[in-house]
Ligand binder design. Sequence first.
Ligand SMILES: [Zn+2]
Length: 172
Amino acid sequence: MAAIGDDPAREGLRDTPDRVARMYQDLFSGIGSNVDDAIDAVFEAESQDPVIVTGLVFYSVCEHHLLPFFGEARIGYVPNGKISGISKLARALEVAAHRPQVQERLTADVAGSIFNVLQPEGVIVELEAEHLCMAMRGVNKPGTRVLTSASRGDFKNYRSGQQGLQALMHSR
Ligand SMILES: [Zn+2]
């Protein structure tokens, strides 16, 4: 606070370092956790029908600026003998998001863990997010949506983009 020219001793700031430290413990609680371990309820799949989860809201923190990026995730996979509890997919996203991150790695972390644990025929993860480090500083471009996707396994015909995941699933 002193470095930015404010007075660390004034009343509103007195407990701020402590508050921020405790907040970081929560925001970065995924450090040291294995994302694979979040997918801990695995069941036998009765078919190879695709599973698609959309509208998963997430919040993460960009490792370059320590500002939030947040948005929605879509996850789809084609089982090959194993499925997981749906909430475990969301849990994997939460664990990976609670680290200093870049959106590309977050996408890959979630796809990689689902692929490791469930060994599906294929998995696709898409994230669509707004980055506050682009909105409130730097190029000042609020409302920009960054779409990333990661696929593992046999998804050769996958087309990236807004409807990519749904298009893929319907084409199978
Ligand atoms: Zn950033």
